[in-house]
Write a protein that binds this ligand. Structure first.
Ligand code: XIL
Length: 324
């Protein structure tokens, strides 16, 4: 691909997540994805709840379209995600027995994995399985899958993904793994424990995804990231940044201070992530400020428009794009 590539090494693919609903209607968005990124992945269209909203319906069309878009432009693509508390459909919630839940999970992963075999470089197999605060709740988030199957839903999901697509990279993905403080230390520790437990059971995991949703009022722990990366490498596991964007809650209004903050945070993250060695990829959670979950879910309290992504609303790159 002739996209930019992360400049730290010149060899790390730079990715973006795109959404089917904007692809056909917004040529500038479509062109920017191809112009600036080496890897283009579906943001939502491969999530369990989107693919199989009811027991009787499989909805592959939007994901097919995005995967085809990436491949037809010579870009690589990847999937997210089979297990996520926020994309588990109602019909799964209503399953009563462990046996039926396990069968449903395996059937889903095998069917989806089979359909995209050879097209996706890999999967975020499970997403956000770590408790929000492991110091008070930990270690795992209380999800429908945990309640029905216990922690073994994690190895079940990894094994099914590998069966359906033996060449797929197998990633465990989570948020709040980047920052300084006891809660974040605890989250990194839980992540390492999960990886070690999978390996103890001979379950393959090839990578840990750190989402990289950065916050203006938090500090990146560069040293902890370097140690984390080194420890994972010692386990034979890679590191990826999977969902980079900046949630700007500073009370400073205006585009320039927001972009300066974003620049500092992204520079710190990349310093930490690249300190030991280059990651597998760096992926941005969107393309441009025109469309982002941050404006909907975590808007600025002062009402100023969010500027979470490396391309502006008019698709011009911000200064921090040059860091990537
Ligand atoms: C978000 C998408 O950006 C939204 O479009 C969608 O409505 C909900 O999901 N952490 C994750 C992502 O792991 O999957 C989430 O993506 C953002 C937070």
């Amino acid at each position: 691909a002739e996209g930019h590539g992360a400049s730290r090494s010149g060899t790390v693919p730079l990715g973006c997540a795109i959404q089917a609903e904007y692809l056909d209607v917004d040529p500038a968005y479509r062109n920017a994805a191809v112009e600036y990124f080496d890897l283009i992945m579906p943001m939502n269209e491969l999530k369990f709840g989107q693919i199989r909203p009811t027991r009787d319906s499989w909805n592959f069309e939007p994901a097919d379209r995005l995967v085809e878009f990436a491949l037809s432009h010579g870009r690589s693509t990847r999937g997210t995600c089979h297990v996520w508390w926020n994309s588990t459909p109602e019909w799964v919630d209503r399953i009563e027995t462990a046996r039926e839940a396990e069968a449903a999970l395996i059937e889903h992963i095998e069917r989806v994995g089979d359909r995209y075999r050879g097209k996706l470089i890999g999967w975020d197999v499970v997403n956000e399985v770590i408790a929000n605060n492991p110091l008070s709740e930990g270690p795992l988030r209380r999800t429908a899958w945990l309640k029905k199957l216990g922690p073994r839903h994690i190895p079940i999901a990894f094994e099914a993904t590998a069966r359906a697509d033996p060449d797929a990279r197998l990633v465990i993905n989570d948020y709040d793994l980047e920052f300084a403080g006891p809660r974040y230390d605890a989250r990194r520790e839980v992540m390492l424990t999960i990886v070690r437990q999978l390996q103890d059971r001979n379950v393959a995991v090839t990578g840990v995804g750190i989402q990289g949703h950065l916050y203006a009022d938090r500090t990146i722990d560069k040293d902890a990231l370097e140690r984390f990366h080194r420890t994972l490498d010692g386990l034979g596991v890679g590191l990826l940044v999977t969902e980079l964007d900046v949630i700007d809650w500073e009370s400073v209004p205006g585009a320039e201070p927001q972009d300066a903050t974003a620049h500092r945070l992204v520079a710190d993250l990349l310093d930490g992530v690249f300190a030991f060695q280059a990651p597998e990829s760096v992926i941005v959670w969107g393309v441009s400020d025109r469309y982002s979950w941050v404006s909907d879910v975590l808007p600025r309290p002062d009402g100023h428009p969010s500027r979470p992504l490396p391309l502006d609303r008019d698709m011009s790159p911000k200064r921090w794009m040059t860091l990537l």
